[in-house]
Design a protein around this ligand. Sequence first.
Ligand code: P6P
Length: 327
Amino acid sequence: MIGVTTLDEFIIDRQDDFPFATGDLSRLLRDIGFAAKIVNREVNKAGLVDITGAAGSENIQGEQQQKLDVFADQVFIKALRSGGEVCGIASEENDDFVAFEDDLARNGKYVVAIDPLDGSSNIDVNVSIGTIFSIYRRKSEKGTIANLQDFLQAGTEQVAGGYVLYGSSSMLVYTTGAGVNGFTLDPSIGEFCLSHPSMKTAAKGKIYSMNEGNYYQSHKGIQTYLDNCKKQQMTARYIGSLVADFHRNLIKGGVYLYPGTSSAPNGKLRLLYECNPLAFLIEQAGGKATDGKRRIMEIQPSELHQRCPYFVGSKDMVDEIEGLLNA
Ligand code: P6P
């Protein structure tokens, strides 16, 4: 395509960012892009077909699994299994990780942690939703079955992280540690095309994103921060879909807060497949991600679905929140 860089072309061009790149990660990223197009197609017609209704089953979060959740989970697992680069997947939709047992996949160099469709409670009200993913090198021997230690790696070990935003236009944004690049899906050619090269976020913004229904259950420092935002007449924007809130704040500058509360001290968000990939992206874009005390990517996971308090976005704003939490 003249003048347009597709995701596939970009991945190949940038393969050299990776020492000893053998093309495996490039193929894996393209497999994710392919699966995202399939999910995007179904998300876009969710209102038209009977696929928005709850699937009846529940995921580990105890949330009703919307049919699109289940569909997206299956699409990513199928695409990554058949790609041969991945030996296992940890997904929000599955209580345990899925280790691939066929010969091809057992030789995969990578594991993937994924939230196949985050914000799915918004599906039937037509609000943007997203996929969030992290890619790690496996720890276990090639040719063996993936094990739990392959997945319980700190975020600093990520080789790639990103999200897909299924919105007014659909975008795929990812990093391999050499900056953040955003691709917008052009449905007329069925390709993600580079639209946001080298994304950077402002050190400070005017937007704060939090479910303020949790105000009275939050730490005094959070209450003070929210009070200050109002005194400074900042802009409150909260969609209830992490990927959509994160993406807007990345572009415009701002901070997203999901603190621990008296009833849920570790908050709601999941370290492996929500907090870590977005932390990787925001750091690459010049921002910051913390649990209020620790850099998110330095937290050593102890279980697949563990939660952590989450403050992510413009660095100066995250610093201010940390200061108030530790005053
Ligand atoms: P609350 C969606 O379920 C999600 O994981 C994020 O996408 C979103 O930011 C958050 O939870 C919304 O949670 O408690 O404000 O409804």
